[in-house]
Design a protein. Structure first.
Length: 235
C-alpha cells in the first residue's frame, strides 16, 4: 500500500527489453534506497513495481510485464525520463493522502493547463466509463500522487485538479504538457460504493430499468445523473 505522498523524482537510467518483459533501471534521489530490499514495492508514476536488483549509487531494477506496459504510461518512458516515486507504506505510517494500491485503472490525458497566480490547474480528459467514479472534492491518484478533485464534468468527460507550488516541486507535474498521458487510480471506496448502488438499482428495477433510461434520455439525463448532488435554490 502507498499513501499517495510522492517522496521524490527518479529517472530512467537504462531499459532492457526481453521477450514479454521490459526491465527498467531507475536512478533514485539520495537516501531513497536506504533499507530498500529485493522484493520490496515501489510506486513508480503510480504503478506498483517490485525491486529485482539493487546497485550502488541509489539504483534499482524493476521488471514490467506487457500487460502493465499496455495499461500505463511506462511503455512511453525512455532513458532519462522522470517518474514520481514512493516507497511502500510501513505499519503505522501517517496517511497524508489516501490509501493507494498502485494498480492503475486507466490513462487520462491532459486536455488543458491553466496557471493562475501560485497555482497550476490540470484539466484531465477521462474515458467516459470511468467518470462515474469521479466526484468533485473526492480523492484521486494521478501518477502516484494523491490529489483532490476540484471540478468534474461527467457529460464532457473531464475533471480538474489544482496543484500548489510544493506539489510541483516534489513531482513531475510541472513538466507535463497538454496532450500528455497520466496514470489514474480511482479511490477504491468510491468505486465500491458506486458499483454497489448501481447493482442495487439494476436488481430492484429489473425490467423497468430500460424504460427509466429512455425517460431520462428524453430529458438529456442518464442513470448516473441521479447520483449528482441536488442544487437547492438560494433563499
Amino acid at each position: 500500500m502507498f499513501t499517495g505522498i510522492v517522496q521524490g523524482v527518479a529517472s530512467v537510467a537504462a531499459i532492457t527489453d526481453r521477450p514479454g518483459l521490459r526491465s527498467f533501471t531507475l536512478q533514485f534521489p539520495a537516501g531513497f534506497c536506504s533499507g530498500l530490499e529485493i522484493g520490496a514495492s515501489v510506486s513508480c508514476d503510480g504503478v506498483c513495481l517490485t525491486v529485482t536488483a539493487l546497485h550502488e549509487g541509489e539504483r534499482a531494477d524493476f521488471d514490467v510485464m506487457q500487460q502493465s506496459l499496455s495499461l500505463t504510461t511506462l511503455a512511453g518512458l525512455g532513458q532519462g525520463s522522470p517518474l514520481n516515486v514512493e516507497r511502500a507504506a510501513r505499519d503505522g505510517a501517517e496517511i497524508g493522502g489516501h490509501p493507494l494500491s498502485g494498480h492503475v485503472d486507466f490513462m487520462g490525458t491532459i486536455a488543458e493547463i491553466r496557471r493562475p497566480e501560485n497555482n497550476h490547474v490540470l484539466r484531465i480528459a477521462v474515458p467516459q466509463r470511468w467518470m462515474r467514479y469521479i466526484f468533485a472534492k473526492g480523492y484521486i491518484a494521478i501518477n502516484g500522487a494523491s490529489l483532490t478533485v476540484a471540478e468534474a464534468d461527467r457529460k464532457a468527460g473531464w475533471f480538474e485538479v489544482w496543484l500548489i507550488p510544493e506539489t510541483l516541486r516534489m513531482t513531475t507535474f510541472g513538466d507535463k504538457a497538454e496532450g500528455a498521458s497520466l496514470n489514474i487510480e480511482i479511490e477504491r471506496q468510491t468505486q465500491v460504493f458506486v458499483d454497489t448502488v448501481r447493482d442495487a438499482i439494476d436488481e430492484r428495477l429489473g425490467p423497468l430499468l430500460p424504460a427509466l433510461q429512455a425517460l431520462l434520455a428524453q430529458q438529456g439525463l442518464s442513470v448516473e445523473d441521479l447520483a449528482e448532488p441536488v442544487q437547492l435554490p438560494r433563499s
